[in-house]
Design a protein around this ligand. Structure first.
Ligand SMILES: [Ca+2]
Ligand SMILES: [Ca+2]
Length: 371
């Protein structure tokens, strides 16, 4: 016999023979006493005699709850289950159902709204922000269940693998009703330093006997900036997680790709593949006069020239548009000139899905020059 702890139930028991189960408690489930069973043959279980024999039920082969065959002899209660009554040998045996638990529930709680820094992404379980310069400060998940109360004891939050619970600072739950509430996570208190890939997950379950809890995930990437020898700082929104493109700052090494260059790995900056905007920025140690830029594109089958982007300068408070490019076709180099401007930073900002038509989710550069 193998015995392991199940996630939403007290015990998972695998039987291949007649086995007695005694002394099992289910205090974690608020007086709901339930066992998940898997068997290859008929099973006879000895269960705690505190159970009311007429209340012992199991889920049959048609997924319906029905009374189990229970016999009490000399103070010993035995439950008999026949393999042909079960679906693939699996069932849940319930000894005691609190009045507030609805056993017809087969779904975990659902998301009503997933909000990050005030932006509502709707009833989704996953939000992927792509590359970010600053970590999000706050996220919340409004959850509800149609049939059962939310069970706040099951609330778990992990921030880059560090686990938190409701009692921890930065995690809160506002109850709107027994089956409805709002989970809030103050990421600015919990994040610490961003990693290249960041994941926050929020888990909550209800009192029903569903297979698993609701799990929601927020993910985002962060590319640390890179300082060149002259003090200029290069930054990009994101870097592909594929290996070989780690040294994305080769966009300032003077080398430009053409048809003869071979693989783009190690010769280009390749952003993450996502539907978010992408950008590359050059920040100068001192203000300088700038009158144009050149963007040398990656070569893979063709030049991966982005269709649209905006060239911007930093005026000390905000980004100011210097030029806006749309409908651009394939070419090795895009040169753009404008009225000279004295600035500390230049940014090329590519709107969502405006990369090369073959790979619109990317921005893919070989060299970035400012003059
Ligand atoms: Ca449910
Ligand atoms: Ca280069």
């Amino acid at each position: 016999m193998r015995t392991t702890i199940a996630r939403c139930l007290p015990l998972l028991l695998t039987f291949t023979a007649v086995v007695a189960v005694t002394g099992l408690s289910a205090q974690e489930h608020s007086a709901l006493v339930a066992y998940r069973l898997q068997t290859t043959g008929d099973v006879r279980l000895t269960v705690p005699t505190s159970a009311n024999p007429s209340a012992v039920i199991f889920r049959d082969a048609r997924d319906k709850w029905q009374p189990a065959d229970v016999q009490v002899t000399d103070g010993v209660m035995q439950v008999k289950l026949q393999a042909d009554q079960l679906k693939s040998g699996r069932t849940i045996l319930v000894l005691q159902v609190p009045s507030h638990v609805n056993l017809d529930d087969k779904e975990p709680p659902e998301v009503i709204a997933f909000t990050v820094d005030g932006r509502n992404y709707g009833p989704v379980r996953r939000v992927a922000l792509g590359g970010v310069e600053f970590a999000p400060r706050h996220m919340s998940v409004e959850v509800a269940d149609k049939l059962n109360s939310l069970r706040t004891r099951t609330l778990r939050v992990t921030v880059n693998s560090r686990p938190y619970r409701l009692r921890d600072a930065g995690i809160s739950f506002e109850r709107y009703g027994p089956r409805h509430g709002l989970i809030s996570v103050e990421l600015d208190k919990l994040m610490g330093d961003m990693r290249a890939e960041n994941n926050i997950s929020v888990i909550i379950d209800d009192y029903g006997l569903t297979d698993g809890p609701l799990q929601c995930t927020l993910s985002f990437a962060h590319a640390p900036e890179h300082r060149l020898d002259d003090g200029t700082v290069l930054s990009v929104d994101s870097v592909t997680s594929a290996s070989g493109w780690d040294e994305w700052w080769v966009i300032a090494d003077g080398e430009k790709m053409d048809q003869t260059s071979g693989s783009t790995a190690g010769k280009t900056w390749l952003s993450q593949e996502n539907g978010e905007p992408h950008w590359v920025r050059m920040t100068f140690p001192e203000p300088r006069e700038v009158s144009g830029i050149r963007l040398w594109w990656a070569f893979y089958e063709t030049y991966r020239t982005s269709v649209a982007y905006e060239i911007q300068s930093w005026d000390g408070e905000k980004w100011v548009s210097l030029d806006k490019i749309t409908g651009q076709t394939d070419r090795q180099c895009s040169e753009h000139t404008f009225e000279p401007v004295t600035t500390t930073a230049i940014r090329v900002w590519q709107p969502s899905l405006s990369g090369h038509p073959g790979r619109a989710e990317y921005m893919w550069l070989s060299e970035f020059e400012v003059f």
